[in-house]
Ligand binder design. Structure first.
Ligand SMILES: Nc1ncnc2c1ncn2[C@@H]1O[C@H](COP(=O)(O)OP(=O)(O)OP(=O)(O)O)[C@@H](O)[C@H]1O
Length: 550
């Protein structure tokens, strides 16, 4: 109780209210979706209808696999194109041009950069999402308002964290996910399972935050799994699905009497939501129970179709649900995008102290190992050693740089794809800032390595050659990092990226210009020597060391 009063007070002090003219009612009718694969057809949704009204929280509930996410995707224009997938139906949004619609889609996964605080994450989103005409202070004020609305003040300056770094809690992550979507003040908000994985206290807080938003005029549609009694009582409207069919749609508080009227009264020890889910879940215990479940689901769905679907018929001019509404282009200029993305990427690199220390130790120890083995004299025989060491340095550089970037991109990919689906920034600024942000650390590590190795082994005592050695190492590491990023970008997961590493490095080594003559390279692989970063790094280092001024 104390918590709800507190949250309400916070919300009242914030002034994010959707103006009357921007409030939305979304209606859909006869939404059907099927999947045809290898001659087999599967119905995902059958003639689903409904409406979501402004200022109300609509929950979509149903057993696992009943079509909740498919429905949410269909009515939000987020359906991914898939071979054999057919979607039809009618979608209507009151008074607002679909193309100008301000809507948000909060995905199930809470994926963020781990080394940024909650406030930094929101400020980053605000700067990319809010209109150019707003000045920086107004954007930051909006962030502070949203932090209040979603009750994130306590963790505003805590790192989001993830993996090995403990950061904010699961519930706070969910609320941060919602907060990022709220920045642009969308009238219509879709959420896919915002409470999944949370304990009942956290789930309660998330749904209460959503409920508070509806009081400010937002229209909210959320897929919710297994709500507690408290959470269920916060829903205004409910849509129940089972096996792609609609079982109920109406006020959540009327569910109990609706089921009683159909001869399915709710026992006193369960909530109406739990009771409904029990009724419409298929009991797989035996073929008899399974048949019984299907029969009941069919009866309930037929009853709804016969008597209630008519209430949601759309006869006016309306759009099709498959219409994918393209978000507007990025609000910020290319330069601003590079600046913000560079800052985000640099924070991620520079704050990861543990990983950076390990990399520095690796560089120092490799330089010391080489330094204690090689010691160049002025004899002819040292030429072979100099070649050998240049080759080892090039291989080591490539290996380390590719290994450290190849896995980072698949991890970031989900975040970047999500950002890009909202058109927050273009791909070029992302890659440019990613590579640029690698420069300082890469340069520092290369200088550390070269600064120890060069004098220790006795490479040529010439300041220009020393500086060239360092520069070649830095450029070579950066090129190798870019190769790592490219491989990471084309890999579907970190595991695949990692599996690609050994064969790629081996090929780079074979075709480094030292191990096989270019003219003896099989014709099919003729392009590989030109693409081997090891080769170019090695050639640069060897020429620098062995070329004598005429
Ligand atoms: N693109 C697709 N290809 C193949 N099957 C699909 C596709 N999209 C959905 N399905 C299938 O359609 C059914 C409904 O999926 P959906 O994700 O909508 O269910 P859900 O109710 O959200 O499930 P859950 O609660 O488990 O997330 C499932 O059986 C799913 O496997």
């Amino acid at each position: 109780m104390a918590l709800s009063v507190l949250l309400l007070a916070e919300v009242c002090s914030a002034n994010i209210v959707i103006p009357e003219s921007d409030r939305l009612n979304l209606c859909w009718d006869r939404v059907s979706c099927s999947l045809n694969k290898k001659g087999k057809s599967k119905v995902l949704l059958r003639d689903v209808c409904g409406q979501a009204k402004s200022g109300r929280l609509l929950a979509i509930m149903g057993p696992s696999g009943s079509g909740k996410t498919t429905l949410l995707n269909a009515i939000s224009g987020q359906m991914l194109k898939s071979k054999g997938l057919a979607l039809e139906g009618i979608l209507q949004i009151n008074g607002v041009d679909v193309a100008k619609l301000r809507k948000a889609y909060v995905r199930q996964d809470d994926i963020f950069y781990t080394q940024m605080t909650v406030r930094e994450t929101l400020r980053f989103t605000a700067r990319l999402r809010l209109p150019k005409k707003m000045d920086l202070q107004q954007k930051f004020d909006r962030v502070e308002e949203i932090i209040k609305v979603l009750g994130l003040q306590k963790c505003a300056d805590t790192l989001v964290g993830g993996g090995k770094n403990r950061g904010i809690s699961g519930g706070e992550k969910k609320r941060l996910n919602i907060a990022c979507e709220l920045i642009a003040s969308p009238s219509l908000i879709f959420l896919d399972e915002p409470t999944t994985g949370l304990d009942s206290f956290q789930a309660d807080k998330v749904v209460r935050a959503l409920k508070n938003l509806t009081e400010r005029g937002h229209t909210i549609i959320a897929v919710i799994h297994q709500p507690s009694g408290n959470v269920f009582n916060m829903f205004d409207d409910l849509l129940l699905l089972s096996e792609g069919r609609q079982i109920y749609h109406g006020e959540a508080k009327s569910l109990q009497s609706y089921l009683s009227r159909l001869g399915q009264p709710c026992p006193s020890w369960v909530t109406a939501g739990e009771h409904a889910l029990n009724l419409i879940s298929v009991n797989h215990e035996s073929s008899v129970t399974e048949e019984g479940s299907h029969k009941l689901i069919d009866e309930l769905a037929n009853e709804f179709e016969r008597k209630f679907a008519i209430k949601y018929r759309i006869t006016d001019k309306a759009g099709a649900p498959s219409q994918t509404v393209k978000p507007h282009g990025p609000e910020s200029s290319l330069l601003e995008q590079v600046k913000l993305l560079f800052a985000r990427s640099w924070r991620e690199i520079s704050r990861n102290k543990g990983a950076n220390i390990i990399k520095a130790v690796q560089q120092v120890s490799t330089a010391l190992i080489y330094g204690s083995i090689y010691s160049f004299s002025n004899k002819q025989s040292s030429i072979q050693d100099r070649f050998g060491l240049c080759s080892l340095v090039a291989i080591g550089n490539t290996n380390l740089a590719i290994a450290s970037t190849i896995r980072s991109f698949p991890k970031e990919k989900a975040i970047v794809m999500n950002d890009r689906s909202k058109n927050l920034y273009r791909a070029l600024p992302y890659f440019a800032s990613k590579v640029l942000s690698e420069v300082p650390l890469s340069a520092a590590l290369s200088c550390l390595f070269g600064g120890i190795l060069y004098p220790m082994v006795g490479f040529q005592k010439d300041i220009n050659k020393f500086l060239s050695f360092m520069l070649i190492n830095v450029v070579h590491s950066l090129s190798s990092s870019a190769v790592g990023l490219m491989l990471g970008a084309i890999s579907p997961s970190s595991e695949v990226a990692l599996a690609m590493l050994p064969p790629i490095v081996v090929l780079q080594i074979i075709f480094n210009g030292f191990n096989i003559a270019e003219e003896n390279t099989p014709k099919l692989l003729a392009a590989l020597p030109k693409m081997s970063v090891v080769r170019w790094g090695f050639e640069g280092l060897a020429l620098n060391e062995l070329r004598v001024k005429p």
